[in-house]
Design a protein around this ligand. Structure first.
Ligand code: PEP
Ligand code: MN
Length: 450
């Protein structure tokens, strides 16, 4: 039986990327409150996801993981949650249909509220010419996006607020995915007017028509299409703020094992994957399926050491490596890692995050990404795995169900000068609906050949 390390012992390890809370008493009160809150997910659901990710590890399924870079408290509206779910369902239909591979669906949602930052502070020049330095925005779990001292001061009450926001989000997602909205027979209704008029949307219509015909056939031969009423959907986020993840880590009464019940799948970010660090320690103790982001500085030995610490029993489905090298680096950097990890017999699902290695600043100052670079990294990922005989197990993307203008390129040819039109992300740029659907068609094509 594995035990839960104390919060103090985790902090004593010198945890990276943690907020500095000025009000320690308020922090203690918020953590005490969180410890009494019900689980957001059940341990048995986490085990189900581990089983599904074991199929991904064996090369029998594909993971689609996507959502905002950073969720916001203000973003918890019915429309916003539905739109995100809808684009993920559409992408999943395209991938399943075009490649005949089961798709494991995981949202970056209902908990994705904390962000690692490259700097602790942010400095801006104010209209009066004064230079002002404040704590960096670390996500709505920690502080506010507004650039004022009040908003940027880490506030522990936010940990309770994001718990509540996650509960509301997950409740709606559960209603949508079990109550009929995600029924495969609704495949046409997920395509809305805006998308329908784009080439990717029209292509989707054609797929939806074929699926509808297949469902009619299934009904005609007497099979039960009620099977298609529900869809399995899981939540995920980066496990970053130790107070939150620790308070939500509980001993499961069935198995007497610790689970982080704040989400089904939690991952360790590129900046917190130190082998002797607090995040690796905490996640090594929980039984959820977990991920680790691997950037271009990762060595094969780093990956092996992480696998040994995080998955000592080598259980398939327990560990996912999410590689995020950048389009220009993946073909050179990824092979040695995959080769050595595979040669050692390590069981791991390989997933491509084609977003975080491809961010740049547009001349207008907006942080952006080119859809072409995103596609190029996914292509590199597929090529590397194909040449090594390993399975390109999934896609991890930042996207939204809305028509934002945050990433450039794609069929609609969004330009850098268009970015100001609807740039809404509080952190990294996300693919909009049409770009997401375009990516799904391109990845389906790659998957068909994998
Ligand atoms: C993210 O997923 O938003 C993120 C910060 O990624 P990474 O840890 O890979 O930089
Ligand atoms: Mn991000």
């Amino acid at each position: 039986m594995s035990s839960i390390p104390s919060l103090e012992s985790l902090h004593a390890m010198g945890a990276a990327q943690q907020p500095t809370y000025p009000d320690r008493a308020a922090l203690g009160a918020a953590v005490d409150r969180l410890r009494t809150m019900p689980p957001l997910v059940f341990a048995g659901e986490c085990d189900d996801l581990t089983d599904k990710l074991a199929a991904v590890t064996r090369g029998e399924a594909f993971l689609l993981q996507g959502g905002d870079c950073a969720e916001t408290l203000a973003g918890v509206t019915a429309d916003n949650v539905r739109n995100k779910l809808r684009v993920l369902l559409q992408m999943s239909v395209v991938l399943t249909y075009a490649a005949s591979v089961p798709v494991v669906k995981v949202g970056r949602l209902a908990g994705q509220y904390a962000k690692p930052r490259s700097k602790d502070t942010e400095t801006r020049t104010m209209p009066d010419g004064q230079s002002v330095t404040l704590p960096a925005y670390r996500g709505d779990a920690v502080n506010g996006f507004d650039f004022t001292p009040e908003s940027r001061t880490p506030d522990p009450q936010r940990l309770v607020d994001v718990y509540n926001a996650s509960a509301a989000t997950l409740n709606l997602v559960r209603a949508f995915t079990t109550g009929g909205y995600a029924d495969l027979r609704q495949v046409h209704t997920w395509n809305t007017d805006f998308v329908r008029s784009s080439p990717a949307g029209q292509r989707y219509e054609a797929v939806a028509n074929e699926i509808e015909r297949a469902l009619e056939f299934i009904r005609a031969i007497g099979a039960d299409p009620e099977e298609f009423h529900r869809v399995d959907f899981h939540s995920s986020h980066e496990a970053l703020v130790l107070e939150y993840e620790h308070a939500m880590t509980r001993i499961d009464s069935r198995t007497e094992q610790p689970y982080d019940v704040s989400g089904h799948f939690v991952w360790i970010g590129e900046r917190t994957r130190q082998l002797d660090g607090a995040h690796v320690e905490l996640l090594s103790r929980i039984r959820n399926p977990i991920g680790v982001k691997l950037g271009p500085t990762t060595t094969a030995d780093d990956a092996l050491a992480l696998a040994a610490k995080l998955n000592p029993d080598n259980t398939p489905g327990r560990l996912t490596f999410i590689t995020r090298f950048g389009a220009g680096k993946i073909r050179d950097g990824l092979p040695q890692i995959v080769e050595k990890v595979t040669a050692e017999g390590v069981q791991v699902a390989w997933v491509c995050d084609p977003m975080h290695g491809n961010t740049f600043e547009a001349s207008s100052g907006y942080k952006t990404r080119r859809l072409e670079d995103v596609v190029e990294e996914v292509q590199g990922f597929f090529d590397v795995h194909r040449s090594l005989g390993t399975w390109p197990g999934g896609l991890h993307v930042e996207l939204t169900g809305d028509d934002v203008t945050e990433c450039v390129g794609g069929g609609e040819d969004l330009l850098e000068m268009d970015l100001h039109n609807r740039y809404e992300s509080v952190c990294d740029p996300r693919l909009n609906r049409v770009q997401s659907l375009e990516l799904a068609f391109l990845v389906a094509e790659m998957l068909r050949k994998a």
